[in-house]
Design a protein around this ligand. Structure first.
Ligand code: ZN
Length: 273
């Protein structure tokens, strides 16, 4: 019990229990025996390649070192109440730009382990945004809509995040933006797929898979919106006979977003990190 399932996983010295754990959404790395799910009564092993939640720091020690607790996403949703903002804020995807905070062996990450594919990254972040918006509305919290403020750089960022990949999208200059990140967001991570300017029915990742809808308070009553979203997405990514069921535009989009963006190691090296 409490064994890190991957020998390349770093253990760090004990962290004070006052530290709020992060709920990392990641891909289970290669391992011969998989990882045990910490939900009481869950009989299923988390197999390599599955999406999972790593709670880090976890509640369990291994030889005096803290190791993460792993859960199936749907199992974690049974114990974490994601209709509470505090819990939603603790969710982070393990990606090309967040992995260094997850305390992982960098060579294992650079082999492509742990990192979410582009579709799962965009869906996890959008799930978080949608659920937080619903919680704020429910609780009557005033939020500033940055995108409505003209000349605000965040409006251009929002435009890129929402509209990249659409034939109608016009790239705007974003002051101070990282070129590597901009390139990724406008290519691999773009949520839209288009057949060109004549296309009146462009494909959109969030319309297809995001189960939490930010205009529907009922989404907060469903405990499993993150797990369902990732399940639906993965089901199409894994499907062998996808060609028979989906149109070429959707297949093109899924193949593009199934790719895992890698960290900008060259850029990090040049910046002396
Ligand atoms: Zn489980």
């Amino acid at each position: 019990m409490g064994l890190p399932e991957d020998p390349t996983e770093k253990s760090s010295s004990a962290t004070p229990s006052s530290v709020k754990p992060t709920f990392w959404v990641e891909v289970a790395p290669p391992s011969t025996r998989g990882a045990k799910c910490r939900l009481d009564g869950c009989p299923a092993i988390i197999m390599p390649g599955q999406y999972r939640i790593a709670v880090y720091p976890g509640l369990h020690d291994f030889r005096g070192h803290q190791s993460p607790d792993f859960y199936h996403v749907v199992c974690f949703e049974k114990i974490a109440d994601f209709s509470q903002a505090d819990f939603v804020n603790q969710v982070q995807p393990v990606t090309w730009n967040t992995w260094s905070f997850r305390n992982l062996n960098s060579s294992s990450v650079l082999d492509g382990n742990y990192l979410l594919d582009a579709g799962a990254e965009r869906l996890t972040i959008s799930w978080k945004e949608a659920v937080k918006k619903l919680i704020d509305e429910r609780d009557g919290v005033e939020t500033k809509d940055d995108a409505e403020t003209k000349d605000d750089p965040s409006a251009a960022v929002r435009d890129l995040l929402d509209n990249a990949g659409s034939s109608k999208y016009v790239p705007q200059e974003i002051a101070g933006a990282n070129a590597f990140e901009l390139r990724l967001l406008s290519s691999t991570l773009a949520p839209n797929e288009s057949d060109g300017p004549e296309d009146t029915d462009e494909w959109n990742l969030f319309d297809e898979y995001l189960v939490a809808r930010d205009d529907d308070q009922k989404s907060l009553d469903n405990r499993h919106t993150l797990g369902m979203t990732l399940f639906l997405w993965r089901d199409h990514v894994d499907k062998k006979r996808i060609e028979e069921e989906l149109d070429p535009k959707a297949i093109r989009a899924i193949k593009r977003l199934a790719v895992t963006p890698m960290p900008d190691i060259q850029g990090a090296f040049l910046r002396g990190l």
